[in-house]
Design a protein around this ligand. Structure first.
Ligand code: HEC
Length: 189
């Protein structure tokens, strides 16, 4: 390493409580790496964007397409409606206790999610409607798409349970009462 200008001081000790600072040049090996990295970056950028036309978005889309083939989204089959036998309702009550209480309360009176016992249904109150709502969810409003999580069997059980506890209306057709506001949300815990 050359000794050009070594150990010269910056000369601002007076402003800094007497602390002096050297003004040594950076080591040549360091500067060399620095400049090499810049040149590499420029070269790589040109190669990436203009020569091989690579793209993160394209790579992402390709991986997602592969993943979709490898792990197909489980088909959300709606309409598998359970019987209302006591065994089904007991199983449904268990599914409800595990998954739904946090939003709809243990007595189905609603909190974050709407009341499931009153006679107002946002998405219809027939057993088919309830099964469909639970399966597909209302992701925009915070009701999960339970189809892939619980599977059709548990869904049919919990739907039967909700239906049996509810007012058992035939309910408005799908979307008929979409404008009805959900039950007043409970105050935060
Ligand atoms: C994270 C909170 C949350 C959880 C957990 C949850 N829900 Fe919901 N649920 C909601 C919200 C919010 C709505 C209202 C959707 C809307 O406004 O369209 C809703 C709506 C519903 C409806 C439609 C009510 C109507 O009036 O049409 C049913 C039925 C329902 N949930 C059943 C369930 C069941 C069964 C479970 C458990 C498997 C469950 N929910 C778990 C938040 C939740």
């Amino acid at each position: 390493m050359s000794d050009k200008g070594r150990d010269e001081v910056m000369g601002h000790a007076e402003d800094n409580d007497g602390i002096e600072e050297y003004d040594n040049p950076l080591p040549d090996w360091w500067l060399g790496m620095f400049i090499f990295c810049i040149l590499w970056g420029i070269g790589y950028g040109i190669e990436y964007h203009f020569i091989t036309h690579r793209s993160q978005v394209a790579a992402y889309n390709e991986e997602m397409a592969q993943a979709a083939v490898q792990w197909p989204t489980p088909e959300v089959t709606v309409g598998q409606v359970a019987d209302l036998s006591p065994e089904t309702l007991t199983l449904g009550a268990d599914v409800y206790k595990t998954n739904c209480v946090s939003c709809h309360k243990a007595d189905l009176s609603g909190g974050i999610g709407p009341n499931l016992k009153d006679d107002t249904w946002i998405h219809g109150g027939t057993l088919e409607d309830i099964t469909r709502t639970i399966t597909e969810g209302v992701p925009d409003k915070g009701m999960l798409t339970w189809g892939p999580i619980l599977g059709p069997e548990k869904i049919s059980q919990v739907a039967a349970y909700v239906y049996s506890e509810g007012p058992k209306l035939t309910g408005p057709a799908k979307g008929a009462a979409e404008a009805t506001p959900p039950a007043t949300p409970a105050p935060p815990p």
